[in-house]
Design a protein around this ligand. Sequence first.
Ligand SMILES: *Cc1c(COP(=O)(O)O)cnc(C)c1O
Length: 419
Amino acid sequence: MSEHAAETTSSALAGTADAAGLAQLSSAALAERYSSSLLGVFGTPQRVLVRGAGCHVWDADGNQYLDLLGGIAVNTLGHGHPLLASVISSQLSTLGHVSNFFTSPSQIALAEKLLDISAAPAGSKVFFANSGTEANEAALKLTRRNAGTPQAPRTKVIALEHSFHGRTLGALSLTYKEKYRAPFAPLPENVSWIPAGDIDALRAAVDETVAAVFIEPIQGEAGVKMLSAQYLQAARDITREAGALLVFDEVQTGMGRTGAFFASAPVIPDVMTLAKGLGGGFPIGAMIVFGEENTRWLAPGDHGTTFGGNPVACAAGLAVIHTIESQNLLAHVRATGAWLREQLAGVEGIAAVRGAGLLTAFELESANAPKLVAAALDAGFIVNATDEKTIRLAPPLVITTEQLGTLIAALPQLIRAAS
Ligand SMILES: *Cc1c(COP(=O)(O)O)cnc(C)c1O
């Protein structure tokens, strides 16, 4: 027996007793306890969820839901994936956390794996964070160092209209929605937003006063707005020519979500940020810095984080990538996503469908998306509205066409009920 074994049993029980007791309560009782103990930044939660398996979750009243949002593009392998659970558990019992005064095999292995799947040139490096916004903070700090000279300073940052890069102050300064930014002024300044997808606007905006350009290859929060491969390539060429750094925010689109490991491939930016799907539900973010030149922008002491690169988080990331590869999930995502969009396009009341892989949005003919979310939930489907007309789907990458077919079958009636 290890020195902690006896304690483990009793304290695990003590630690979970409170939660176990709560799990017996009804949804209504739990909602009450939630609102009196949790800060109200998320509004009222739609349901209290107590369990998940594969592509389904269950609420406190025993209702089952098909999870077509996947924790907002996070639950890559679905819920309760046996390999992910066992890798996390065995890493935790072997070595759960070390500070960044030290490293661990899983941290190095995940960094190497990310460089491998992103086709990073020699000399490229990875920085681990814990979330998407933190990965973007790291990227913003890195690009600040591309400061030009006192005679010719580079002070501007360009982002795209309708962009979303996160909620911490730096990432928020890049986020387009005035409503998110205005209450928290002053933010880091000199950010301007240009129309997404417009190569001429990009060319006009990017000169030698620009330090960096931040782009989501598909604008997820904006309602899955697609950018073309030509636009991403033009962004690469234009930034290189002007000496500005190109940052692709693949927090939502990365890790197989679009049917490739990265939506921007084969275009290689200077910096790429990742989070959401990377840990399959375990919190982790990452910044990949491409090319040896770019790794020089941040030196020892320039940036850091206590939890970043935690062995358990990195083991989770490795398990996710390993499973995507061994189960041939990228091909599955492409085929399933194409089938889904084809089916959606034939549903009455749907005006437009777009997406790549298993990141999909459909636009309703009428502004009833929030009502449709509620109707779908009552019928056992978790979907998400990005605006009054648009529904976003980002299910686990392991979802089947049979499972998606249940939504397709239910949609005509749900759309009617919501209008
Ligand atoms: C979700 C998201 C973020 C923020 O990630 P958090 O983990 O919520 O901080 C940043 N960029 C994009 C594109 C996202 O979708």
